[in-house]
Design a binder for this molecule. Structure first.
Ligand code: SAM
Length: 261
């Protein structure tokens, strides 16, 4: 049985054959404040949109500067987190990876699907800086694939000599996804630059990186719409499909939850 509330994540399992405790409690150590306020638009892995930034706010007993002493020596960290937004949807033994056009089924453990028996995610992200102010410790991250509000259950430093395997093979996803060319109308580019100044963020790069990943699910590619929208940093970014790629035609403030540092 899986229980979730905003305070803690509890996994209760009866494991008759294994001499483990029957109850394991995972309490989030913090929460993600991210540029991605909805799932649509988030790349399928970290590192694909390097301008995508987030703050990881530490919580409870972990919200103490001592817990992160030495972490600043690492350029990248692993974030273990809960797929909290898809938790209630459960899981199936097979899933349809978007990489295969949503047409072929594979075992859930052969994929990085969000719908898993234990809804835990793992992302390698860049650690930009660590802050401690007014009783709050937080980490500035980039290259993320995490939704705003994601509960984090652990942080580990990335060790290139142990964690990187240049000779590894990667089955049905051997290369990064193909990218799409992104262009702008004059008006949208102006709106984007103003928004970027307001946010203090590399907003134009973020929009271009996100759209170049083609966030549309397979079914929308087959039945294209007139236009599309994605929410980034509280701005509604709208674009059209053109012959040569995507064209951004408007950027409007829709309200956001990012806490500026
Ligand atoms: N890198 C992680 C992994 O391999 O475990 C996540 C991979 S998963 C395919 C990435 C997708 O998870 C994103 O495109 C986004 O749609 C979704 N996602 C991110 N944060 C989430 C959350 N808190 N709850 C549910 N889905 C989330």
């Amino acid at each position: 049985m899986l229980l979730w509330d905003t305070q803690c994540f509890v996994v209760l399992k009866i494991v008759p054959d294994i001499s483990l405790p029957h109850t394991l409690t995972l309490e989030p150590i913090g929460v993600i404040r991210s540029c991605y306020q909805e799932k649509f638009g988030i790349p399928r892995q970290p590192g694909l949109t390097i301008s995508a930034r987030a703050q990881l706010e530490l919580h409870g007993a972990c919200n103490c500067p001592e817990a992160v002493v030495g972490l600043e020596q690492f350029s990248h960290i692993w974030i273990q987190f809960v797929f909290h937004q898809t938790l209630a949807e459960g899981w199936r033994p097979t899933v349809r990876p978007p990489r295969l056009g949503g047409e072929k089924r594979l075992g859930v453990f052969a994929t990085r699907s969000t719908h898993r028996p234990n809804p835990l995610g793992l992302s390698l992200v860049k650690l930009e800086s660590i802050h401690h102010e007014k009783g709050q410790v937080w980490l500035e991250l980039s290259g993320i694939d995490l939704l705003d509000g994601t509960p984090v259950i652990d942080i580990k430093p990335y060790l290139p000599w142990a964690d990187s395997q240049p000779d590894a093979t990667a089955g049905f996803a051997p290369e990064p996804p193909e990218t799409i060319t992104v262009s702008w109308t004059e008006a949208a580019l102006l709106q984007c630059r103003q928004a970027g100044q307001q946010l203090g963020q590399p907003f134009q790069q973020l929009v271009e990186e996100v759209l170049s990943q083609d966030p549309r699910p397979a079914y929308l590619k087959k039945r294209p719409r007139e236009d599309y929208g994605v929410l980034l940093w509280g701005y509604n970014v709208r674009w059209k499909v053109k012959e040569e790629g995507f064209e951004v035609f408007s950027i409007d403030l829709a309200g956001g939850s990012y806490k500026e540092s």
